[in-house]
Design a binder for this molecule. Structure first.
Ligand code: ARG
Length: 570
C-alpha cells in the first residue's frame, strides 16, 4: 500500500495545486494524512479534508467535492466525497495483479526496505549479569532487542548485536569467597550456572549474620582487579559456565550475538574518558566523589568516580559508547533495558553530549515495563526468581501435552512443541506495548485459542497444509477475485511494509505481533468462507492458492522479525 498511497497523494497534490490558487502543499504531507478507514464500506484509503480546510480556505465538503471529481488513477475504481472525507476504492485489477502478485513475487524479501542502506546500528541487549540469575526480567531486553535487530536489518541497516555481559564488579569478590568456602568444582561443572547462583545466594544469606564476609569479598575483588592469577582463573571460569547456560536459551530463541564484549573489556578504556571529562572542566568533586553536575538539565548528578577512585556504571557505559563509535562508526546505538534504568541512560547520554561528542544524538535508550508471572513479582537477591530457562521449559512441557491430545501421530513432536512453547512466551510478551507492565497468565499464553503464539503458529501451519494439497500456484495466470474476504485479506497483507516502518520508527515490535494477528484473522475468515482446494473454477482456485501462498510469505517474514519459528505442521 505504500506505493499506492504515494501515487494517490501525488495526484491529490497535483489537483490541489491546479484548483486552489496559491496553495502550497507537499506530496509527503498529503501522504501522511491518508488514512485507512475502519470499514471497507468507507473505502480503502481516505483523506480527511478538514485538515486542509484552513490552508485552502474552503470547507472540507467543498474540498472533497472538488477533488472527488478530478483525482483519477488506473488503480482506483471510484472516489467519493462523504462528509468531507475523500474516500478511495481500489479496483480488483490492482488488488490482484499488482498487490497480490507483488507479494508472491517478492517472497522472502517482501516487506524489506532500503531506508537503512549504508548505515550501521549497534544494539546492546540481553546483557545478563554473570553468576546472577538470568531471569524473566531479562526476557524483555532479550526478545525486544533481538526483534529490533531483525527489524533494522530488514530495512537495510547493517546491525551489530552486542551482549554487554555484566562480567565485572564486586559480585565476583562475593562469588570467589563463596566458592572457596562452600563450592565444589565437580558440582559447579555438573550443575552449571544454577550452582553458581546457589553459592551467590548463600553468600548473601551468610553475610547477613556475618558482615565480615563482605570485607573478604571486597578484598578478593581487589585482588582480581590487581590481576591475581588464581582469582582471574576463577573469574574466567564463572563466565564460561554462565555462557554455556545463556547460549542454551539463546539457541531456543534463535538468537546470536556479534559480540560478547562485556563490562570487563572496558576497564582500561575508562581512564581516557575520565581524563577528557576533567580536561573539559566537567568533573566536580562532591563529598570526595567525582560527578558531572546535571542540575541545569533537571537531573541528579552523574556519578563518574567513587570516593576511592573506582569507576561506576555510567563511566563504563561512556567508555563503551566511545569504543563502539570508533569500532563500528554507528549511525545509531540502541540500548534495550528495563524502564528502571531510564535515568541512568538520560544522564550519561547528556554527559556524552557535554563532552562534545557530536554523535551523542545517535544514542537511543529503548525501555520496557516490568514482568510478573501469575501476579507474582520477582525478588532477586533472595533467589526467589523465575529463571528464563524454567519459564521456557514449563511452556514447552505444557504445549507438548496439549499437542499430544490434539495430534497424537505428529512426527517430530518434541521439536515442534519446543518452538511452539517458546513462541507462546515470546508472542504473549511481544503482543503488548513494550512500556506496559506485563503479568503472564500462563494458561492464556499457551492456549491454542485467542490471540496467542500457538494460534498464529497454527495459522501458519494451516496455510502450509493447504499449499501441500493444492501444490504451487500458476504465477502467470490472471487473478480472479470473487469474494470480499479475498479482497480484505489482500489489503491486510499489503500493509506489511508500512507496519515494518512503523515498528522501526517507534522501536516497537508489538506492532508486528499485532499485525500478525490481523493477518491470521483475515486468513481464517477467508479460509472459512472460501473453498480453496475444492474450488470448482480453476482460475478461482489458482487465485486462492496464490493468496494462501502470500499469507505464508507474510506470516513467515513477520515471524522472522520477532523470534517466532515457522513450523509447517503442528
Ligand atoms: N547488565 C545490566 C543489567 O542486567 C544491563 C546492561 C545494559 N546495557 C548497558 N550498556 N548498560 O542490569
Amino acid at each position: 500500500m505504500l506505493k499506492i498511497k504515494q501515487t494517490i497523494a501525488q495526484k491529490i497534490t497535483e489537483q490541489i495545486v491546479a484548483q486552489f490558487s496559491g496553495a502550497e502543499i507537499e506530496t509527503a504531507t498529503i501522504a501522511s494524512m491518508l488514512e485507512y478507514p475502519p470499514d471497507a464500506s468507507m473505502g480503502d484509503l481516505a483523506l480527511p479534508c478538514f485538515k486542509l480546510s484552513r490552508s485552502l480556505r474552503r470547507s472540507p465538503v467543498q474540498i472533497a467535492g472538488a477533488l472527488a471529481e478530478s483525482v483519477k488513477d488506473v488503480s482506483v475504481s471510484r472516489v467519493e466525497n462523504v462528509n468531507g472525507y475523500l474516500n478511495f476504492y481500489l479496483n480488483k485489477e490492482y488488488l490482484g495483479e499488482t498487490l497480490l502478485r507483488g507479494i508472491v513475487r517478492a517472497g522472502e524479501s517482501y516487506g524489506s526496505q532500503t531506508l537503512g542502506e549504508g548505515k550501521t546500528v549497534v544494539l546492546d541487549y540481553s546483557s545478563p549479569n554473570v553468576a546472577k540469575p538470568f531471569h524473566i526480567g531479562h526476557l524483555g531486553t532479550t526478545v525486544i532487542g533481538h526483534a529490533l535487530k531483525k527489524l533494522h536489518e530488514f530495512v537495510g541497516y547493517k546491525c551489530v548485536g552486542i551482549n554487554y555481559l555484566g562480567d565485572w564488579g564486586t559480585q565476583f569478590g562475593k562469588m570467589i569467597v563463596a566458592y572457596r568456602k562452600w563450592g565444589v568444582r565437580e558440582d559447579v561443572e555438573a550443575g552449571g550456572v544454577d550452582k553458581l547462583v546457589e553459592l551467590y545466594v548463600k553468600f548473601h544469606n551468610e553475610a547477613e549474620a556475618n558482615p565480615a564476609l563482605n570485607d573478604e569479598a571486597r578484598a578478593e575483588f581487589h585482588k582480581l582487579e590487581e590481576g591475581d592469577e588464581e582469582n582471574i582463573a576463577l573469574w574466567k571460569w564463572f563466565i564460561e559456565v554462565s555462557l554455556v547456560e545463556y547460549k542454551k536459551t539463546y539457541d531456543l530463541l534463535g538468537i546470536e550475538f556479534d559480540s560478547y564484549k562485556g563490562e570487563s573489556f572496558y576497564t582500561d578504556k575508562m581512564p581516557a574518558q575520565v581524563q577528557k571529562l576533567r580536561d573539559k572542566g566537567l568533573l566536580k568533586i562532591d563529598d570526595g566523589a567525582s560527578i558531572v553536575d546535571l542540575e541545569e538539565y533537571g537531573m541528579p548528578p552523574c556519578l563518574i568516580l567513587k570516593r576511592d577512585g573506582s569507576t561506576l556504571y555510567p563511566t563504563r557505559d561512556i567508555a563503551a559508547a566511545v569504543y563502539r563509535k570508533e569500532t563500528y562508526d554507528f549511525d545509531k546505538a540502541i540500548y534495550v533495558t528495563s524502564a528502571a534504568q531510564c535515568l541512568h541512560f538520560a544522564q550519561w547520554f547528556k554527559v556524552v553530549e557535554m563532552m562534545g561528542y557530536e554523535w551523542a544524538p545517535a544514542l537511543v535508550h529503548v525501555p520496557y515495563g516490568t514482568v510478573s508471572i501469575n501476579g507474582e513479582k520477582l525478588a532477586t537477591r533472595t533467589g526467589n526468581v523465575i529463571l528464563l530457562k524454567d519459564l521456557f521449559a514449563m511452556a514447552i512441557e505444557k504445549v507438548g501435552e496439549i499437542m499430544e491430545q490434539k495430534n497424537p501421530d505428529l512426527k517430530g513432536r518434541r521439536d515442534i512443541a519446543e518452538s511452539v512453547g517458546v513462541g507462546a512466551i515470546v508472542f504473549y510478551y511481544l503482543s503488548n506495548n513494550r512500556m506496559k507492565d506485563i503479568n503472564f497468565v500462563m494458561e492464556d499464553a499457551l492456549s491454542f485459542e485467542g490471540n496467542t503464539g500457538p494460534y498464529v503458529q497454527y495459522t501458519y501451519a494451516r496455510a502450509c497444509s493447504v499449499l501441500a494439497k493444492t501444490g504451487e500456484p500458476n504465477k502467470t495466470q490472471p487473478m480472479k477475485l470473487t469474494a470480499p474476504e479475498e479482497e480484505a485479506l489482500i489489503k491486510t497483507l499489503a500493509r506489511f511494509p508500512e507496519k515494518v516502518l512503523e515498528a522501526v520508527r517507534d522501536y516497537e515490535p508489538s506492532i508486528i505481533a499485532r499485525y500478525i494477528l490481523d493477518v491470521a484473522a483475515a486468513f481464517n475468515r477467508f479460509y472459512h468462507e472460501c473453498k480453496i482446494v475444492s474450488a470448482e473454477d480453476e482460475a478461482i482456485r489458482n487465485t486462492r492458492t496464490m493468496l494462501t501462498l502470500a499469507v505464508k510469505t507474510v506470516l513467515g517474514n513477520a515471524f522472522g522479525l520477532i523470534c517466532l519459528k515457522k513450523e509447517e505442521k503442528i
